[in-house]
Design a protein around this ligand. Structure first.
Ligand SMILES: [Fe+2]
Length: 302
């Protein structure tokens, strides 16, 4: 039996002047870096809302791994929501005590994938894998990787894609949160383990054209590819039209620093990137938890 988080997730706060949203992607708990993050209390208290952006579990979404996630969330004491990454459902479990734990990465069968997505919902006390909230500062859409039985990990199911398309109708800024990055016009300019993998959500058809048609800005926040803030894809960029791709750093001190890094490298420090949203624009602020200070900030005006 899974033990759910003690505090339930909540909708986005209704601040109308300024909203600070802090995502955590690729926590892969337990990790010593989690203590560095949790000890950075003044920084955490600046966040009006926390988004668990997927791959919170160490490897296979086992009950033991969820116990570690539960302990982290319990100490965070901020309003939050969560979306599923690939590690929340895609891989078949290896026993936590096996020497092969963390070494084998095989796709689970459909039943196991479905079971893990149900486990995700139960743990996080969520009704659905996807949801949207309106706030005075824009619309916030949360998406989970959920394509059971698909060979590719970075896929959204058809009902979820239909839901996403409906959310694009707003003329306000749109903040989309999804574990995997977005590709509209060109593939990510890096190799993700091997040449074949796009590592991205790749919309087609009416969804793609609706994204490109939007006049108000769309921001797509993601993790998954483990980028260190020094990586050349880290600054916000347009994926197409007025759609911005915002890569969030991994929270595991294991990332790609250079374009030629096909595989993440262990590095010193642990970073976050939070959003400071107001009526006229949004700042994407990189923060070093080890140094307890903000690093660079990128501003996009609406
Ligand atoms: Fe991932």
């Amino acid at each position: 039996m899974i033990r759910p988080v003690t505090a339930a997730p909540s909708s986005i706060p209704q601040n109308s002047d300024k909203l600070t949203v802090l995502p955590f992607s690729d926590l892969h708990l337990p990790k010593p870096q989690a203590q560095t993050i949790l000890a950075n209390r003044d920084y955490l208290n600046r966040a009006d809302y926390v988004v668990f952006l997927g791959d919170m579990v160490r490897a296979y979404a086992t009950l033991r791994e969820y116990g570690d996630v539960r302990a982290f969330v319990g100490q965070l004491e901020r309003p939050f929501t969560a979306v599923a990454g690939n590690h929340e459902f895609f891989f078949t479990s290896i026993d936590d005590d096996s020497p092969l734990y963390g070494e084998i990465w095989e796709q689970a069968n459909d039943d196991e994938e479905r079971m893990k997505l149900r486990r995700f919902l139960e743990f996080w006390r969520l009704e659905s894998l996807w949801r949207a909230f309106d706030s005075p500062l824009g619309r916030f859409v949360f998406l989970s990787l959920d394509a059971v039985g698909h060979w590719k990990q970075e896929v959204l199911s058809d009902p979820q894609l239909a839901f996403l398309e409906k959310q694009l109708g707003t003329d306000k800024p749109l903040f989309i949160w999804c574990h995997a990055p977005l590709v509209i016009e060109a593939r990510l300019d890096l190799v993700y383990y091997d040449e074949e993998r796009s590592a991205s959500i790749e919309p087609t058809g009416t969804l793609k054209s609706a994204l490109l048609r939007r006049e108000a800005p769309t921001f797509w926040m993601s993790g998954h590819i483990h980028l260190h803030p020094s990586h050349y894809l880290f600054p916000p960029y347009r994926a197409g039209g007025n759609v911005w791709q915002i890569h969030c750093p991994d929270s595991r001190s294991y990332g790609r620093l250079l374009r030629e890094h096909r595989v993440p490298q262990f590095y010193e420090g642990v970073f976050s990137r939070h959003l400071e949203i107001d009526a006229s624009g949004v700042s994407f602020v990189t923060h070093s938890h080890a140094e307890r200070r903000d690093l660079e900030s990128y501003r996009v005006d609406f």
